[in-house]
Design a protein around this ligand. Structure first.
Ligand SMILES: Nc1nc2c(ncn2[C@@H]2O[C@H](COP(=O)(O)OP(=O)(O)OP(=O)(O)O)[C@@H](O)[C@H]2O)c(=O)[nH]1
Length: 295
């Protein structure tokens, strides 16, 4: 008897910040690997999540959101990285929030590829239950772009995700699996550690957080079973450093403690974590520096 055909391919998830891309990817691969928060722009790096079935493997690429307000080298680099991602995948999932089509969404639509199938994913349908309104919304969206297919989902509640996969599967080329079956992510512990710190920064600094901020690992050592980790938070100005540290160092302490607890859970071992602020003036426009981040 012949072996059944195997299909394997890359799927990009795009959309403006906050539409639910990370939540969607986490549910599609069945485990939390990308950090979500209420603030925009938490996933700055390209990451892979993998979903393997008996005859197919979906390799998801989570792309950064778009920043429309601060135009500098950092954002140009982010947009370029989105374009590069979209031209190199087998299928694109374009995510929208149900009944919300904004100018920021249209900016993303403008970058959708013409030669790659694009499935429109209308997310957060738990917040938009009226069927007729939803149908009218989808019809409006179809005026904006020639989507290959459409699916309505609730990423957060895991609704209609199997149906969504059914619409992606036909676009995966015939190929053996590229990753081992039990692998759900190719992100390293180091990357996950910086994502955890980034999430805490968003949570505790909120609107005060400068967008041009990054997180860098300065030290990563194993001491027996314990990980010793030093993480620098790069800010542009001394004043931002002050905001980050907080009165009597309270804020940074809280960020650091919570990040450590999350890391210990994720890595299943003891962590000694030091998080500190560092001023790197004008770094957002320094493209050479960005390259060190793989952007
Ligand atoms: N009600 C509802 N909320 C959702 C759903 N999916 C995601 N969210 C929420 O929307 C917010 C943003 O979700 P994320 O997954 O971080 O969004 P993102 O598009 O990855 O955002 P960026 O990383 O900023 O690009 C979070 O508070 C999620 O809990 C959904 O199906 N229903």
């Amino acid at each position: 008897m012949n072996e059944p055909e195997f299909h394997c391919g890359f799927v990009a998830i795009v959309g403006r910040p906050n539409v639910g891309k990370s939540t969607l990817m986490n549910h599609l691969i069945g485990q939390k690997v990308s950090i979500t928060s209420k603030k925009a722009q938490t996933t700055r790096h390209r990451v892979h999540g993998i979903h393997t079935e008996p005859t197919a493997q979906f390799i998801f690429v989570d792309t950064p959101g778009f920043q429309t307000f601060h135009r500098n080298a950092l954002n140009d680099a982010l947009n370029q990285s989105v374009r590069d991602t979209l031209s190199s995948v087998d299928c694109v999932l374009f995510v929208l929030e149900a009944k919300r089509l904004t100018d920021a969404d249209r900016e993303v639509i403008a970058l959708l590829p013409k030669k790659v199938p694009v499935v429109l994913v209308v997310n957060k349908i738990d917040k938009a239950k009226d069927r007729e309104e939803l149908a009218a919304f989808i019809a409006d969206c179809r005026q904006e772009f020639a989507f290959t297919d459409v699916e309505v989902v609730s990423a957060k509640h895991g609704q209609r995700l199997a149906e969504l996969l059914d619409k992606v599967r036909p676009h995966l080329p015939e190929s053996p699996p590229l990753y081992p079956e039990d692998m759900i992510t190719d992100k390293s512990e180091r990357f996950l550690a910086t994502e955890i710190v980034r999430e805490k920064l968003f949570r505790y600094l909120g609107e005060e957080l400068p967008y041009a901020m990054n997180v860098e690992i300065e030290l990563w050592e194993m001491e027996g079973e314990m990980r010793r980790i030093h993480i620098a938070v790069l800010v542009e100005k001394d004043s931002q450093k002050g905001i980050l540290i907080g009165k009597g160092g309270e804020k940074l302490k809280k960020i650091s403690t919570e990040a450590r607890l999350d890391m210990e859970k994720l890595f299943d071992g003891k962590v000694f974590l030091r998080v500190f602020a560092k001023v790197k003036s004008g770094w957002a426009d320094d493209v050479r520096f960005l390259k060190e981040f793989g952007l």
